[in-house]
Design a protein around this ligand. Structure first.
Ligand code: HEC
Length: 108
């Protein structure tokens, strides 16, 4: 390939756009628990404050985690939440619990 001023300009533009993409991705990445908690928002709301369903914000991470484990392990499905909990791995339930516990709220 011959290096003309045009190829050099294209290379610099490409390098700059790659750098911007990398920087952009680093800034855009939300915490893992927040991404997972988007699935819970339809019933528990984006801020974890329930609005008709159980309020999660303000509960401790260990409380939320243990509730999820309990619901996941039920041999007989008793509620909609038992089905929800089944879809998550242990690491995901910990990430969810840590994120939801970080939200401000009274707990209940
Ligand atoms: C389709 C509605 C729905 C979705 C989606 C949902 N939940 Fe629930 N959740 C409920 C209901 C209803 C309850 C009340 C207890 C029950 O019926 O099992 C509940 C209860 C809970 C409880 C127990 C709260 C307490 O104090 O007893 C936790 C923890 C919980 N949900 C976490 C989550 C998490 C984390 C997600 C997302 C992964 C989620 N829920 C998604 C409906 C939902």
């Amino acid at each position: 390939m011959r290096y003309t001023p045009r190829t050099q300009a294209l290379r610099s533009a490409l390098a700059a756009s790659i750098a911007l993409t990398v920087i952009g991705a680093a800034h855009a990445a939300p915490p893992a628990g927040r991404l997972l908690a988007a699935q819970c928002a339809q019933c528990h709301d984006l801020d974890g404050n329930g609005r008709g369903f159980e309020e999660l914000a303000g509960e401790s991470a260990s409380e939320i985690y243990h509730e999820l484990v309990e619901m996941k392990n039920r041999t007989r499905i008793e509620s909609i939440m038992d089905r929800q909990a089944r879809g998550y791995t242990d690491a995901q339930m910990r990430a969810l619990a840590a994120y939801l516990a970080s939200l401000p709220g009274g707990g209940d």
